[in-house]
Design a protein around this ligand. Structure first.
Ligand code: GLV
Length: 318
């Protein structure tokens, strides 16, 4: 049995979710400390922590800490050298936001298909607008780069709209539902060449940083759209801006940018063929309804010494 007597919640949780943890485990001391400055003191004697980041001074004070649960999916900002050196178990909420992120990607694709960026700009000017380009998603090809839970959630929904879906992933195995063809990483340019829409659904790791640069934009079709809901730095943003300016691709739907927030003077803001959604794709009112189940289950598993759900491979970075 692994000892777990004190859990620190370093995130803003709804009181009903905190109550659910306390009800499920009445003998567990649950400490709420959303202020990072309070973490060193709160972590004294705590074996587990839920947090987006662990400042070095908090980590140094957390001598009993064994497990960190990341409240989102992309752990790139959590996995500092100091944290990795501690050899803690790290888990995350991967999959929790997959349904809403898939819907967000569809919303951006449908917005381009129906000319909404132009129509909304016209509405702000009180003008009866007319879109210059429209198309139908049905019959088009969507290339999903990264077939994790978000990629898979997008694939089933896009297939239901009549899209042909191709995907790319590192791990071999059967094609997920709705995916007609799965490429290995070496097939990236082939996928790009056949896709009307390219959705980046990857974590940021040393392998994926600037995976999309000038050569990738040239490999895309000139009438194709790029979407990024992973991390801004997966895309070489200067190269993306150049590709958009040169008309090498038709447009982009960016939930993430590099850096964030996107500076006010970035040319991306004013491009008529760019949608920027300010890192909101992951948000949903149902987030913690789903996430709390993972945390509750993992508390039990930790105490039973059973393998935890959603363990992060710290070497791979996801
Ligand atoms: C948000 O970007 C997340 O990784 O959960």
């Amino acid at each position: 049995m692994a000892e777990l007597t004190r859990l620190v919640l370093g995130v803003e949780l709804d009181p009903t979710d905190v109550a659910r943890i306390r009800e499920a485990y009445p003998d567990l001391e649950v400490v709420v400390c959303a202020d990072p400055a309070g973490l060193p003191a709160a972590l004294a004697g705590a074996q587990a922590l839920v947090a987006w980041q662990v400042p070095p001074e908090a980590l140094a004070a957390a001598t009993a800490l064994r497990w960190v649960h990341f409240p989102g999916a992309g752990v790139d900002s959590l996995l500092t050298p100091e944290l990795r050196a501690r050899e803690l178990v790290v888990t995350n909420n991967r999959g929790v936001a997959a349904p809403n992120i898939a819907e967000h990607l569809l919303a951006m694709m449908l917005a381009f298909a129906r000319g909404l960026p132009e129509l909304l700009r016209a509405q702000v000017r009180h003008e009866w607008g007319r879109p210059t380009r429209r198309f139908e998603l049905g019959g088009q090809t969507l290339g999903i780069v990264g077939l994790g839970e978000i990629g898979e959630a997008l694939a089933t929904r896009a297939a239901a709209l009549g899209m042909r879906v191709v995907g790319l992933r590192r791990r071999s195995g059967p094609a997920p539902r709705g995916v007609a063809r799965v490429y290995p990483p070496e097939g990236l340019h082939a996928l790009l060449g056949e896709s009307d829409h390219v959705a980046i659904c990857l974590p940021l790791t040393p392998r994926t940083r600037h995976l999309f640069g000038p050569a990738e934009f040239r490999a895309m079709r000139r009438d194709a759209y790029l979407y990024n809901i992973g991390r801004g730095a997966i895309v070489d943003q200067a190269a993306l801006i150049a590709a958009l300016q040169a008309g090498e691709i038709a447009g982009a739907g960016l939930d993430v940018t590099d850096p964030e927030p996107l500076p006010p003077d970035s040319p991306l803001w004013d491009m008529p063929n760019v949608i920027i959604t300010a890192h909101t794709a992951g948000g949903t009112p149902r987030y913690w309804d789903r996430a709390i189940e993972i945390l509750l289950e993992n508390i039990g598993r930790f105490r039973r010494d059973a393998p935890l759900r959603n363990v992060v491979d710290q070497r791979e970075g996801y």
